[in-house]
Design a protein around this ligand. Structure first.
Ligand code: OXD
Ligand code: MN
Length: 581
């Protein structure tokens, strides 16, 4: 018996399913599963011509987003989880969470889902096995990972896999736990079928567990999109960008260049997760460990993200969108006005008062269906990064873009990122919180050690990517966005590449290097000079007002915070004071 078979057998003794099915990831298996889910009401088939191969899943209304307050790191000691994670001792997890799995699969099928995170044949790819009693999870994992055969082939008889046990349980938030054991590299998730809680290859493995592996092994597991930017003449650059959930990573990764005719093109390598490693050439190389996109649907439309619209035209699982009576999916932002009759995300006739689609409704779709997918998206070595971008959603304070002075300053910029919360996690929306490197909900260990690891990684790179910060969301007094965003964000990326190449105008400010007024091509956007000025403004009083919050956030890490970061806040404070004087 292989270690995987042994674990499956032991698990079945606890969960007591009616049957155990090892998934091979084949189309025939998927057809059978979908058929079964259509019969039992888990899925609805959508319009055969307008949405061929597409299905709709409606989840329980209390299970529509990640539940960060029910997500735990069960490291041996609390300090290893750090002040930003919920901690549960492994003993408490055994007492409190394990019983929820006992007999949980009675009357159900236990699916065994072997999967690979990472490109086929890549030395950086890693195997996971998810045990789940949800056919919907299996269907999603088949899209999001390389599932079945490729995983069993890579695994052979070895024990090198991350086991993840998932059960829907009774779907009650009162009995919902997502627990990570970084030392054992094990995941338990019970009580939720929502993607970020239940597709264990994604946030649980490729970010939380992988971040702990990366720290030990000298690489980084990051919440980043990866895009390819081609310049006229064929020069190519790769950029990775970390934005918090539902802040536009998918849109940026699939950006349609407004300057396509001049030879500027953008292609997609990944939209959510990047595994980064130093290459022999001293550069940082990135792979996308995922095989699909689990994207936010509302706001996706022909103007905002035509590539995503083309990607999700067929063979897509929609979760919690609205639908016309004849099965055409609909969501806010799809087009200008809703169809005459709609069934809302909860399956009720839409009375036009609230949202028809849930604000965190999702599509699950294979990356290979994306028209802008890069020919190198599955490159087994990855792609070399010219730039790393951090970004938040801030109505005020952060300018459109600035450049960090060096890697150490870039780590400070990432570590102090602030962003308004979104519907991707349950809780209040629109509140500014510190979300370092967009990893606050996803770092599997003490973030002070994570910052130290970032600093150490920089020392191992001879040609590190240049680090930038962007904010597409600066608004005027009435809350209107000042920057058009979407395809026009290319203009900002082009300034970054100029800077990478030692060109492009920039002026020193206390927060870093900000474009000079003429350094970004604003031509044709119709932006008034005052708006341009506001977009690039570094307001000293606003930044000074940020300092207490940054210091308070850093204080939470106590002595463990790398001294470089403490020094960087002091430098920022001094420079703000000097500039004011
Ligand atoms: C996601 C998230 O689903 O970040 O990618 O919540
Ligand atoms: Mn994400």
């Amino acid at each position: 018996m292989t270690p995987a078979e042994r674990w499956v057998e032991e698990t079945a003794k606890v969960t007591r399913p009616d049957r155990v099915v090892w998934c091979d990831g084949s189309p025939a298996e998927n057809d059978r599963l979908v058929e079964g889910m259509v019969k039992d009401g888990t899925l609805e088939r959508l319009h055969p011509q307008e949405a061929p191969g597409c299905t709709l899943h409606r989840s329980q209304p209390t299970d529509v987003a990640r539940t960060e307050h029910l997500t735990f790191i069960a490291s041996g000691t609390q300090v290893d989880a750090g002040p930003t994670n919920n901690w549960m001792s492994p003993a408490e997890a055994r007492n409190k969470v394990r019983p929820l799995f006992e007999g949980a699969m009675k009357g159900r099928t236990m699916f065994v889902v072997p999967y690979v995170m990472g490109p086929p044949g890549s030395p950086f790819s890693k195997v996971g096995i998810e045990i789940t009693d949800s056919a919907y999870v299996v269907a999603n994992m088949r899209i999001m990972t390389r599932m079945g055969r490729p995983a069993l082939d890579q695994l052979g008889g070895s024990d090198e896999f991350v086991p993840g046990l998932h059960s829907l349980g009774d779907l009650s938030p009162d009995r919902r736990f997502i627990v990570h054991f970084p030392e054992e590299r094990l995941i338990w998730s019970v009580g939720s079928g929502y993607g970020g809680n239940a597709l264990l290859g994604k946030k649980c493995f490729a970010l939380r567990i992988a971040s702990t592996m990366a720290r030990e092994q000298g690489w980084l597991a990051e919440h980043m999109l990866i895009l390819e930017l081609e310049l006229p003449g064929g020069e190519v650059h790769y950029i990775a960008a970390a934005f918090p959930s539902a802040c536009g990573k998918t849109n940026l990764a699939m950006l349609v260049s407004p300057f396509e005719r001049k030879g500027y093109r953008v292609r997609t390598v990944g939209d959510d997760i990047a595994w980064l490693r130093p290459g022999e050439d001293g550069r940082l190389w990135a792979v996308n460990p995922e095989a699909g996109f689990f994207g936010v649907v509302p706001g996706t439309g022909p103007d905002t993200n035509p590539n995503a619209m083309a990607t999700i035209r067929r063979d897509t699982i929609f979760t919690n969108v609205a639908v016309t009576p004849d099965g055409i999916p609909w969501w806010e932002g799809k087009d200008k006005s809703p169809p005459a009759a709609l069934i809302d995300w909860q399956g009720k006739p839409w009375d036009r008062s609230g949202k028809a689609a849930h604000p965190n409704s999702r599509f699950t779709v294979a990356a290979r269906q994306c028209p802008s997918i890069s020919p190198r998206w599955e490159d087994s070595k990855g792609v070399p990064l010219s730039a790393i971008v951090f970004g938040g959603r801030r109505a005020r304070v952060a300018p459109l873009v600035f450049q960090s002075r060096d890697w150490e300053h870039g780590v400070f910029v990432g570590a102090t990122m602030g962003s308004e919360t979104t519907a991707a996690a349950t809780g209040q929306v629109g509140v500014v919180r510190r979300d370092p490197m967009a990893m606050l909900p996803f770092c599997g260990y003490n973030m002070a050690d994570y910052f130290a690891h970032w600093l150490k990684m920089g020392r191992s790179l001879r040609a590190p990517p240049v680090v930038f910060h962007v904010n597409w969301f600066r608004a005027d007094e009435s809350g209107r966005f000042l920057w058009p965003g979407f395809g026009e964000n290319l203009r900002v990326l082009l300034w970054m590449i100029d800077r990478v190449k030692g060109k492009g105008g920039a002026r020193e400010t206390p927060i870093g290097l900000v474009p000079t007024p003429d350094a970004i091509d604003f031509e044709g956007l119709g932006l008034q000079p005052a708006v341009r000025e506001t977009l690039l403004r570094v307001d000293r009083s606003e930044w000074t007002a940020e300092l207490p919050d940054i210091r308070a956030f850093f204080e939470r890490f106590g002595e463990r915070l790398p001294p470089e970061l403490r020094r960087s806040v002091d430098v920022l404070a001094d420079q703000l004071t000097a500039a004011t004087a």
